[in-house]
Design a protein around this ligand. Structure first.
Ligand code: PGA
Length: 257
């Protein structure tokens, strides 16, 4: 079964809602139907821009898909400052990042917390993009695969094989995020393959075959084609380069490069 590549732009804490609208308008100007046919294209704005982008997608009948950067695991309640999965689902959010390395490193998210979020996102009918990846020290110690396997096991506790089949895992080596350093396409391919193998052992062969494994970490116009040519890499999670409409458009047009 062929897996449709997923190209996602994680805008992090950038762009107010007016800037977000402008970026989507510029981006979609540069894309053609064949680009949306080749890949699923997802934008992941901050919470404050979700509604504006959802309205733009609906009014202009854009083929873009909406994602969110985070959520709480409860459906509602006294959790000041948090956003629940059903609130996101109501805004037609299809994907939610779970366990991005910045949330793990800066906001204390453990595998157990990530696991609660993954399950809550699935329960609300959305698809988690589960982020995993090793630090530079862990890579240099030869522990990259062990670390990633541990993150997968902890974050997917209690999740069924059928649910894993439709999920997305983003392999993002922490040392490549926002640093301009990219994993070589061979290393990235090997680690995405290791993610798939680990899922095959833990769940089923069908789950491992169905799950889409993205690479993330300094993906840009100059390296996207080489990364996307790798058989185990089913897409890209793009930070910095997704804030530039022309750069992100080139990344979305990887199949034409
Ligand atoms: P980057 O970020 O493309 O700026 O390295 C990737 C990410 O954090 O998802």
């Amino acid at each position: 079964m062929a897996r449709t590549p997923l190209i996602a732009g994680n805008w992090k804490m950038h762009l107010n809602h007016l800037e977000a609208i402008q970026l989507v308008q510029q981006l979609t100007y540069h894309l053609e139907p064949r680009d949306y046919d080749a890949s699923e294209i997802v934008v992941i704005p901050p919470f404050t821009a979700l509604r504006s982008i959802q309205t733009l997608i609906e009014n202009d009948r854009l083929d873009l898909v909406l994602g969110a950067q985070n959520c709480h695991w409860e459906d509602g309640g006294a959790f000041t400052g948090e956003i629940s999965p059903p609130m996101l689902a109501k805004l037609k959010v299809a994907y939610v990042l779970c366990g991005h390395s910045e949330r793990r490193a800066l906001f204390g998210e453990t595998d157990e917390i990530v696991n609660r979020k993954v399950r809550a996102v699935l329960a609300a009918g959305m698809t988690p993009i589960l982020c995993v990846g090793e630090t530079l020290e862990q890579r240099e110690a030869g522990d990259a695969e062990t670390v990633v396997r541990g993150q997968l096991a902890g974050s997917l506790e209690g999740v069924g094989a059928e649910q894993v089949t439709g999920m997305v895992v983003a392999y993002e080596p922490v040392w490549a995020i926002g640093t301009g350093r990219t994993a070589t396409s061979t290393d990235a391919n090997d680690m995405c393959g290791a993610v798939r193998a680990a899922l095959g052992e833990r769940f089923t062969g069908a789950a491992a075959e169905g799950v889409r494994v993205q690479y993330g970490g300094s993906v840009k116009p100059g390296n996207v084609a080489e990364l996307m040519r790798q058989p185990e890499i089913d897409g890209a999670l793009v930070g910095g380069a997704s804030l530039d409409a022309e750069d992100f458009a080139v990344i979305c047009r990887h199949h034409r490069l």
